[in-house]
Design a protein around this ligand. Structure first.
Ligand SMILES: *[C@@H]1O[C@H](CO)[C@@H](O)[C@H](O)[C@H]1NC(C)=O
Ligand SMILES: *[C@@H]1O[C@H](CO)[C@@H](O)[C@H](O)[C@H]1NC(C)=O
Ligand SMILES: *[C@@H]1O[C@H](CO)[C@@H](O)[C@H](O)[C@H]1NC(C)=O
Length: 592
């Protein structure tokens, strides 16, 4: 066992010791318990085809009950023994409580936080992507079985092509290449939903439901006053076919995704959620999509309120159901659905179609099959969450994603002879806020970079370099230079965080923010040996000056590396893991 494996093993045992799983069991919500006094309806009959069961259920609902089911927070229908359901949960790179379906307030207090997608994607290893999402699906089931989930529909993966480098959400994607996003999406969906890596299916049953988002041509959030709610993407049919659609087509045809989300923006004037050609003709008819379609959150209201595309609220609702949307994230239908029906704008037949799609998913998830402990996935317990295997996978993903960009005169790896090291820079002691990117849950136990380095160089010193994080409007150059002069090696940890790139916030500048470049130059001049530069960021950063600076000997890109990112980076810097993919990656692209 190498030192790094040893230190990783210690970290992981430590994490396991700190997890407590008390046996205060809470029932997960389900319907159709054959042992209860309620009558046994045909929709409960597991021997009937799913479509017949859903049809039976829909036929029993009143108009008010139907309308109430068309939003993400779907209420219970007590007279039929059906519990409430939350369509909105998130699992971008780990089970998260960023939607409303998951709560970490019971036996399970956390879930494995894998690296942000842009880093995991850089492993170019679909089998690894698959293993991660399979683990996420399993942890999600454990959360459900513990009675802490009111939904099993996760609004991931984000397979929008990261075509515009300014995009604040590019970090959530597999990058700028349509093929890469397609492969990532397929692997993610198969893993989460419980299918095999090669696509072999577990019948119609779902471990958890994945949702390919955001359909389509979405890669602008908020840039100089222009936002995604009103943005009209002008896309040629060739660019749509070559660039934006392939990930969605693969996600549906090969991944057999059970969900799609239509995006806020318009494409060539038509709001995505109101686009019949997109949702019905392309997805359902051409690609044979058979799942449910949700709106992004608030995307129905903006069609009238912000885009002015529909003249009234009722028209907006009529437009989206005619186009093929099945459930709204929001409450516009709660407010205006009834009047859309009474004005004869929203036909009951379209409501019934939507409900048929929605209840089919709940049936496929096994939520109307009686006591879940007797069903597949019903015995997945809290011990499957934050398990040693999950944490190893998070570590492996971080290690395999980290990219070596420069290594003059083999500066890296640093010697394991307990050298004195200074970790300098605004991301040098990055906490969960930085390491997890966005759409994160609650990590099992995050290891900082400083903790990771202390496993190799126990007297590692730290200096933030900037007063205000990666924004670095105020640098502490003199202090950083003094620290740098005293040590054997300097590792500068720079880059971005969510203050620079995030949802609703695109970048205006692609260089390192504020005084970061000045800090790098000054510290590099002062230190005994050339420095190592580590970049934490999702979107691209122009580091031309460091590339051509002889005093910068090594450069590593580490994305946002997840809860074991501190261990992974230390292992890479000290040579216990080789970031050169030609030696280390198990490239299984050929399997997809
Ligand atoms: C957890 O949070 C949910 C939603 O707020 C709440 O309904 C539930 O009672 C909470 N459970 C516990 C054990 O506190
Ligand atoms: C590094 O960050 C951790 C976690 O945020 C904090 O507890 C610790 O005090 C920081 N270390 C230093 C030297 O600032
Ligand atoms: C690499 O991935 C393939 C494809 O699933 C798998 O069968 C194999 O065991 C993996 N090899 C290693 C060394 O992890």
């Amino acid at each position: 066992m190498t030192l790094s494996h040893f230190s990783a093993a210690i970290f992981i045992s430590f994490l396991l010791l700190t997890l407590h799983h008390h046996a205060e069991s809470t029932q997960p919500p389900y319907s159709c318990d054959s042992s209860s006094n309620s009558p046994y309806y045909p929709f409960c009959n597991t021997r009937l085809p799913i479509s017949k069961r859903a049809q039976d259920l829909v036929s029993r609902l009143t108009l008010d009950e139907k309308l109430a089911q068309l939003v993400n927070t779907a209420p219970a229908i007590p007279r039929l023994g059906i519990p409430s359901y939350q369509w909105w949960s998130e699992a971008l790179h780990g089970v998260a409580d960023a939607g409303f379906g998951i709560r970490f307030n019971g036996t399970i207090k956390s879930a494995t936080s894998f690296p942000q997608v842009i880093l995991t994607a850089a492993s170019f290893d679909p089998n690894l992507w698959y293993q991660i999402s399979k683990t996420i699906g399993k942890e999600a089931r454990a959360v459900y079985n513990a009675g802490q989930a009111t939904g099993m529909t996760f609004w991931a993966p984000n397979i929008n092509v990261f075509r515009d480098p300014r995009w604040g959400r590019g970090q959530e994607t597999a990058g700028e290449d349509p093929l890469m996003n397609a492969k990532y999406g397929v692997a993610y969906v198969r893993g989460l939903q419980g299918d095999s890596f090669e696509g072999g299916k577990l019948g119609e049953r779902l471990q958890a439901s994945a949702c390919c988002k955001h359909f389509t041509a979405y890669d602008l959030d908020h840039w100089k006053g222009l936002d995604r709610f009103v943005y009209d993407a002008r896309v040629t049919s060739q660019d749509l076919a070559d660039t934006y659609q392939p990930p969605f087509q693969s996600c549906i045809e090969q991944g057999r995704a059970s969900g799609i989300m239509c995006a806020y923006n318009r494409v060539n004037g038509v709001p995505n959620c109101a686009n019949f050609n997109l949702l019905t003709k392309t997805a359902r008819q051409q690609w044979k999509f058979d799942g449910y379609i949700t709106s992004d959150c608030g995307a129905v209201s903006i069609i009238h309120d912000e885009q002015g595309y529909a003249k009234t609220a009722e028209d907006a609702i009529a437009d989206v159901f005619r186009a093929g949307m099945d459930v709204e994230c929001g409450d516009y239908i709660t407010k205006h659905g009834k009047s859309a029906v009474s004005q004869k704008k929203l036909p009951i037949s379209q409501i019934d179609r939507a409900l048929q799609n929605l209840f089919s998913i709940r049936i496929r998830l096994g939520l109307l099959d009686g006591n879940p402990t007797k069903l597949p996935f019903g015995t997945i317990g809290p011990d499957q969450v934050c398990s040693k295997q999950s944490l190893q996978l998070a570590l492996e993903a971080a290690r395999d994603g980290i990219v070596l960009l420069k290594n003059t005169n083999s500066l890296l790896p640093l010697p394991k002879t307990n050298p004195t090291i200074a970790l300098i820079g605004p991301n040098a002691n990055a906490s969960s806020k930085v390491f997890l990117g966005n759409y994160y849950g609650r990590p099992c136990n995050l290891v900082t970079l400083l903790q990771g380095f202390e496993g190799y160089a126990k007297d590692t010193v730290y200096h933030p370099g900037c007063d205000d994080g990666p924004q670095c409007a105020y640098a502490q150059i003199e202090g950083a230079v003094e620290v740098a002069k005293k040590v054997d090696y300097v590792v500068l940890v720079m880059g971005l965080d969510q203050s620079q790139e995030r949802e609703s916030h695109d970048r205006e500048y692609l260089g390192l923010p504020g005084k970061q470049e000045e800090l790098i130059k000054s510290v590099a001049r002062a230190s005994k040996r050339p420095v190592v530069l580590v970049l934490l960021c999702g979107g691209p950063v122009d580091i031309t000056s460091a590339k051509f600076d002889d005093k910068v000997g090594g450069i590593l890109w580490a994305g946002y590396p997840g809860e074991l990112g501190g261990v992974a980076l230390a292992q890479v810097v000290f040579g216990d893991h080789n970031p050169d993919w030609t030696y280390t990656s198990n490239n299984s692209m050929k399997y997809l």
